[in-house]
Design a protein around this ligand. Structure first.
Ligand code: G6P
Length: 372
């Protein structure tokens, strides 16, 4: 196993470092001349895609947060109503499914029983099924009408990292393809997004190479007992994912919230010294949400919170309000989850390592849960 880690202290560390390569492989041969080139076996026929009136994305755990990030993009670009359902809830909620419904499953392993049962239920009730999956030939893709493999490479650590990034990118490719087929985006509009998609691997590599701040922070915080995460829009699932990773491998109580929800409850948790990570939207592309989140930061700082902001390069407005700023590259807002989640993955890894925990094999968890 030591050899397989390729010199890294853990599979998780290795797999985080493989993020850029994972995304490069998800994108490979799927963008031609700036537009998306997906085969019909990777989606559905154009006719079927045109007739869709609803998309439901089913998944569990980290995959369900990647689904939430995908939901914003697919709905924004293709103008089809999209919702995310936890796979184990979906099947027991008597969902409305027709031949114009597409049920997309997201699963790294392709073997998660809850997700598999949701896909079977969808197929039995007449919906189309598309698997977005990492593992070639696994059960869920075999049982689906179509499969879009993300090609992130094997993931061994129980906590999913590079697969999350590739799952988001897989959904973005599908969303752009759907938008093209349905005519809700022009090829030129699609090209502006694919240019940003193709820049992601290098931007990620840069973030990974400049992660000393995150490491220091994690060591400084190794006694922390509770961490909160705030985000809005695609930053909201990033907040949820940041919290999940801390729970999974650091055994720290952590929760993610939507920024706007703060005043409806969670702000009661803020007391002096409470650490809050804030995933800040871009001031260039999401100015309204940016200023709303800055207001959230002011509210929690006034109550003594220590704020760690994950913010776009060049966002100077955030500086006076944050104790620490972790920088990520500039990209299209629908792609931003791919960049902003990485400091949070690294933070969980470093904090668990600082506590001397086995990051690859956290207690009570399995890489793939093949029972209901
Ligand atoms: C398990 C793992 C999680 C993972 C979830 C879904 O709970 O511990 O890391 O996110 O399963 O796995 P899947 O293979 O379906 O993506």
């Amino acid at each position: 196993a030591e050899a397989e880690k390729g010199g890294w202290p853990s599979f998780m560390a290795k797999e985080i470092s493989e993020g850029p390569e994972a995304i490069r492989n998800t994108l490979r041969a799927r963008i031609e001349d700036g537009v998306i080139a997906l085969g019909e076996n990777e989606t559905l026929t154009d006719e079927q895609l045109k007739n869709l009136d609803r998309i439901i994305i089913v998944a569990c755990g980290t995959a369900s947060y990647s689904a939430m990030a995908g939901e914003y993009a697919i709905e924004e670009w293709a103008r089809v109503p999209v919702e995310v359902e936890l796979a184990h809830e979906f099947r027991y909620s008597n969902p409305v499914l027709t031949e114009n419904t597409l049920v997309i499953s997201i699963s790294q392993s392709g073997e998660t029983m809850d997700t598999k049962m949701a896909v079977q239920y969808a197929a039995e009730h007449g919906a189309h099924t598309l698997a977005i999956c990492n593992t070639q030939g696994s059960t869920i893709p075999r049982e689906s009408d179509a499969v879009l493999y993300i090609h992130a490479g094997p993931e061994v650590a129980v906590a999913s990292t590079k697969a999350f990034l590739a799952q988001v990118v897989g959904q973005l490719l599908f969303g752009l393809h759907l938008a093209r087929v349905r005519g809700t985006m022009t090829d030129d509009e699609i090209r502006t997004v694919t240019a940003d998609l193709e820049a992601l691997p290098e931007q990620l590599a840069f973030t990974l190479e400049n992660a000393d701040d995150v490491r220091e922070l994690a060591h400084w915080m190794s006694d922390t007992r509770s961490v909160l995460f705030l985000g809005r829009n695609v930053g909201y699932p990033v907040a949820l994912e940041g919290a999940l990773k801390l729970k999974e491998i650091s055994y720290i109580h952590a929760e993610g919230f939507a920024g706007g929800e703060l005043k409806h409850g969670p702000i009661a948790l803020i007391e002096p010294g409470q650490v809050v990570f804030v995933v800040v939207p871009s001031p260039r592309t999401q100015p309204t949400m940016h200023s709303k989140l800055i207001s959230n930061i002011q509210e929690i700082r006034a109550r003594g919170a220590r704020v760690i902001a994950v913010a776009e390069e060049g966002d100077a407005a955030v500086l006076p309000y944050a104790d620490i700023v972790l920088r990520v590259g500039t990209t299209h807002p629908m792609l931003s989850a791919v960049l902003s989640v990485v400091p949070l993955h690294l933070f969980a890894l470093e904090l668990a390592s600082a506590k001397g925990l086995d990051v690859d094999q956290p207690r009570n968890l399995a890489k793939s849960v093949t029972v209901e």
